[in-house]
Design a protein around this ligand. Structure first.
Ligand code: NDP
Length: 326
């Protein structure tokens, strides 16, 4: 028997409860993993609180990320004792996920733990950190090098934003951070941000083109802030958009694209191909400073997840939250 957080639905409401399960209760997938850590992402917050339509069927064990040790495997690619990372692939949405001491998973969802990485570190990074790295890679692909100018990060004190600030700063970029919380200013400066902007000023309705300020941008919030970022992006600048913490709309015009050659690059980590995923995990080893990880993560147990989930939706969480199911 082992512990898992189980979501059920009653009268249209999502209920989250720590339950004892048996290994035979787990879905019949190829690889059995003993989970060392999972993590809390905005999407997990939506799932656990029932705020967003994230969960496809109930009962569901949420947790879109996990890292742990292979216990049994019917796949030739993995053997007992292997350390693995799993993020995305709709786990915790369609398939049972990481808020559990054990999980059964498809082998193609698993990435071998890179040498130098461990379960705790990989889950401090998690889907949020992987997404941040993919956003940085998108800026690089668009030719945005540190000498081009400042890169702005929105939702900067959140999971994706905080890792993005730390990586960009380590790579030598000048980083501006947009945050709604003044209380996070010292934290963001410690991660390497040198300019701090308020959410309010960035959410003000922008004209189709504003004064050029940003060589590049990593946007985790969408809506009016993304529209302003686009209007303020330099000629041939690149904006990597990955999130909707502020809303899914994009009230913009074609002007930044057709007059300033601005590129809006979408970033998705869920279905990201394995070769790019592996490349990103390896980059995280070198490009995310070890010192930033300690500041970025805090840890909760399974029974504390529902409160932490409510906090992430309320925008009260700073950095990353690890989930220790043991
Ligand atoms: P967090 O909740 O940790 O961070 C989001 C941050 O956005 C908050 O900390 C806050 O930052 C800011 N924010 C919150 N509400 C608002 C608002 N109403 N208006 C403007 N800013 C707001 O979430 P994650 O970092 O885990 O995820 C960020 C976004 O990225 C989410 O929308 C998530 O769904 C998406 N995402 C997408 C992925 C992909 O593959 N495309 C993968 C991972 C995440 P501050 O306090 O600094 O203002």
């Amino acid at each position: 028997m082992f512990n898992a957080l189980v979501l059920e639905q009653q009268d249209g409401k999502t209920l989250a409860e720590v339950k004892q399960l048996d290994l035979v209760d787990l879905p019949d997938e190829e690889v059995l993993v003993e989970v060392s850590y999972s993590s809390l992402n905005y999407k997990d917050g939506l799932a656990v609180t029932g705020t967003g339509k994230i969960v496809h069927s109930f009962p569901m064990v949420p947790g879109i990320d996990l890292a742990g040790t292979v216990k049994e495997s019917r796949s030739d690619d993995f053997k007992p004792g292997d350390q693995v990372i799993m993020t995305g692939w709709s786990v915790g949405e369609r398939y049972w996920g990481g808020y559990s001491q054990f999980a059964r998973l498809k082998s193609e969802w698993l990435v071998k733990m890179p040498a130098g990485m461990d379960a705790q570190k990989s889950m401090t990074i998690g889907t949020a950190g992987l997404t941040a790295m993919l956003c940085v890679m998108a800026l690089e692909e668009g030719g945005i090098t540190p000498d081009k100018g400042t890169v702005v990060v929105t939702g900067a004190a959140g999971g994706v934003g905080s890792v993005a600030v730390a990586i960009l700063s380590k790579l030598g970029y000048t980083v501006a951070a947009v945050t709604g919380r003044e209380s996070t200013h010292d934290y963001l400066r410690s991660l390497g941000a040198t300019e701090l902007l308020s959410r309010e000023e960035m959410a003000e309705k922008a004209r189709p083109l504003e004064k050029q300020r940003w060589a590049g941008a990593i946007d985790t919030v969408g809506d009016a802030i993304l529209a302003r970022v686009l209007a303020e992006t330099d000629y041939r600048g690149v904006v990597a958009a990955c999130g909707l913490a502020g809303g899914f709309k994009l009230p913009t015009t074609v002007m930044p694209f057709i007059l300033r050659n601005v590129r809006l690059q979408g970033v998705d980590s869920v279905m990201c191909p394995v070769d790019i995923r592996t490349q990103a995990w390896n980059r995280l080893l070198t490009d995310l400073p070890e010192s930033a990880l300690g500041d970025i993560g805090n840890v909760v147990g399974l029974s504390e997840v529902p409160q932490a989930a409510a906090d992430i939706i309320a925008g009260k969480i700073q950095g990353r939250t690890l989930v220790d199911p043991n």
